[in-house]
Design a protein around this ligand. Structure first.
Ligand SMILES: Nc1ncnc2c1ncn2[C@@H]1O[C@H](COP(=O)(O)OP(=O)(O)OP(=O)(O)O)[C@@H](O)[C@H]1O
Length: 324
């Protein structure tokens, strides 16, 4: 593996002053990122998720060199971002879903022309990249439109193109699909998939929309209270979250709750239909055989745990542990 992004025990502590009385201020420290270590290989597309205030944006700001870590070691392409931010700027692209890097009053194309000069992109490369972005992100008719007149989805596509005109090796995306309609989301996701496949651009993606992760990332990192609590395949989150699957059983008639072998248990009864929860890691076969032998079974289906529920459960369990 060629580690492109490397974090080793990285920390970020903010000193915050809080007003506690008329003239009284109290200082306290917020540990926004708490000893995080991970590596991302060149060409990987990784999801970086966590609840509000978990430390995602702080991590991205350190990766881009906007913030300096309070401790630990951080390198991107072998470069310390906070020390050599300008050198790294030519090799990375950043898109913040809630902010734009485009000039509000100018037509989209003028922002691109300004970036062409700012990043000193060679003419041929600029033209080639621009043509490609215009085609893939469907920007043709938007180039002459002032940015403030673009819809959110159009502006987001415009911002993604802007972040990629200089051919960065790594792209940081902070909520790239926030507020977009389904069609725009699909366009953005299709484009990112293609970019990653064709150019092997390394992508770190922060999102609250788990479909972004499901459709784009084979690896996901979960951060909570500044700590990395999971790093692995999306599918593995089910086990990490100790989630449950549901067996939906249709009986011939309304009956009292099925007596299932624990930990399986009936969680809902509606007429002849009953819902049984059982651990996602267990096989359904034994449970199904037992119910079929003892009850007048008409039909059944197994429902996989919904990934959002798994993650919500994971956060809730960690919060419980922190309190107890
Ligand atoms: N400049 C700052 N000064 C003081 N505290 C800060 C600063 N920036 C972030 N924090 C605090 O650090 C913690 C992590 O914030 P961060 O913005 O990184 O979270 P996040 O995971 O990106 O959240 P969200 O999903 O809401 O954007 C929060 O408690 C936040 O209040």
């Amino acid at each position: 593996m060629d580690p492109f992004i490397e974090l080793d025990g990285v920390e970020k502590v903010f000193d915050v002053r809080r007003k506690t009385g008329f003239l009284k201020r109290e200082r306290h420290r917020v540990r926004a990122v708490d000893s995080i270590s991970f590596t991302v290989a060149r060409g990987e597309m990784v999801g970086y998720i966590g609840p509000n205030g978990a430390g995602k944006s702080t991590t991205i700001k350190m990766l881009t060199g906007i913030l300096t870590p309070s401790g630990g070691r951080l390198r991107v392409a072998g470069i310390d971002p906070s020390r050599e931010r300008t050198r790294l700027a030519h090799r990375m692209g950043v898109v913040f879903g809630q902010r734009t890097t485009l000039w509000w009053d100018l037509p989209l194309i003028d922002s691109y022309k300004l970036m062409h000069r700012m990043y000193r992109i060679p003419d041929a490369r600029y033209r080639e990249n621009l043509d490609r972005m215009v085609e893939l992100l469907d920007l043709g008719e938007l180039l002459a439109v002032p940015v403030r007149q673009l819809s959110l989805g159009q502006r987001m596509r415009g911002d993604i193109a802007a972040a990629l005109l200089h051919d960065p090796e790594v792209l940081y995306l902070d909520e790239p699909t926030i507020g977009l309609d389904v069609i725009s989301k699909t366009k953005v996701r299709d484009f990112l998939r293609q970019l990653n496949a064709e150019r092997a651009t390394t992508v770190l993606l922060t999102t609250h929309d788990l479909q972004d992760i499901e459709q784009l990332c084979s690896r996901v990192m979960v951060i909570d209270h500044g700590r990395l609590v999971y790093d692995g395949a999306l599918a593995g989150l089910h086990e990490a979250g100790e989630s449950e699957r549901t067996l939906v059983v249709d009986l011939e008639r309304e009956l009292p709750p099925i007596e299932a072998p624990p930990p399986a248990r009936v969680v809902r009864v509606e007429g002849p239909r009953q819902w049984l929860a059982f651990p996602a890691s267990a096989s359904a076969a034994g449970l199904v055989a037992r119910i079929a032998a003892e009850y007048p079974l008409v039909d059944l289906s197994v429902r996989e745990p919904d990934i959002e529920a798994v993650i919500a459960k994971m956060y809730a369990e960690r919060a419980d542990r922190a309190v107890s």
